[in-house]
Design a protein around this ligand. Structure first.
Ligand SMILES: *Cc1c(COP(=O)(O)O)cnc(C)c1O
Length: 234
């Protein structure tokens, strides 16, 4: 569908402008901000359109959907798991993703480590932090994140590369600013500990409704879906 293609192309254009403007406000280089396009419910043809516009990284929150799409896509795209991961599903994604954004328990870390070792690779992960303390959300509490990172750092086939959060859904993204700021501070604090096998390099935060505020607060991976592909049906 040509119409679809034009819309997605235009959306990505506009997104890049908004990313650049937010980066400029924060005195940052927009080239340092990676867009992970969230493709849940999006069909392969539309994903290909985004790829043709230069988007190389895609995110899924469900294992089954990620596996299906990663196997269909005939293009060189990189997949990120961004949603809660059940231990028994790690085996399906271990060869298919470049990064897991949603490490949220020691049990899960053990399983990722075990599967990664079997697959002969080191898996890059981000620790999901439940900054706002919402009980509907997964993630490590901010106060225990340092201890969690230290424990995972001893696992040889996992490399912690940073932190991720999902901000509360609020009508005005300004209300989420403190969440992003808090996560960035946590990244800095943990980075100062110089823990072996850990690099506090990536801050994955910001979705369609709040990515500009997230960038102003230091995000270098954003996860927009709707602004690229349109509203999800169902
Ligand atoms: C769905 C989802 C997104 C994208 O949400 P949009 O509002 O469509 O941009 C980003 N991150 C996670 C973890 C998600 O589940």
């Amino acid at each position: 569908m040509t119409g679809d293609r034009d819309i997605i192309t235009g959306n990505i254009d506009e997104l890049r402008h908004r990313v650049a403007a937010a980066a400029a406000r924060a005195g940052r280089d927009p080239a340092g901000i990676k867009i992970v396009a969230v493709t849940k419910t999006v069909d392969p043809e539309r994903i290909r359109t985004a790829f043709r516009c230069g988007i190389t990284d895609f995110g899924e929150n469900r294992v089954q959907e990620l596996v299906k799409k990663a196997d269909i896509m005939d293009i060189e795209c990189k997949w990120h798991l961004i949603g809660h991961l059940q231990k028994n599903k790690v085996k399906y994604i271990i060869d298919r993703v470049c990064m897991i954004h949603s490490l949220d328990s020691i049990e899960l870390a053990n399983e990722i480590n075990r599967r990664a070792e079997k697959a002969g690779r080191v898996m890059d992960v981000l620790v999901q932090v439940n900054v706002a303390g919402e009980n509907t959300k997964y993630g490590i509490e901010p106060g225990t994140t340092l201890d969690f990172v230290k424990e995972v750092s001893r696992m040889g086939n996992i490399r912690i590369k940073g932190l991720m959060t999902i901000a509360p859904l609020v009508p005005d993204p300004e209300e989420a600013r403190w969440v992003f700021r808090r996560l960035r501070q946590l990244l800095i604090d943990i980075g100062k500990e110089n823990i072996d096998n850990v690099s506090m390099e990536y801050l994955s935060m910001g979705m369609s409704n709040d990515f500009e505020v997230a960038i102003e607060e230091g995000a270098n991976i954003i996860r927009p879906g709707t602004v690229i592909f349109g509203k999800r049906i169902g």
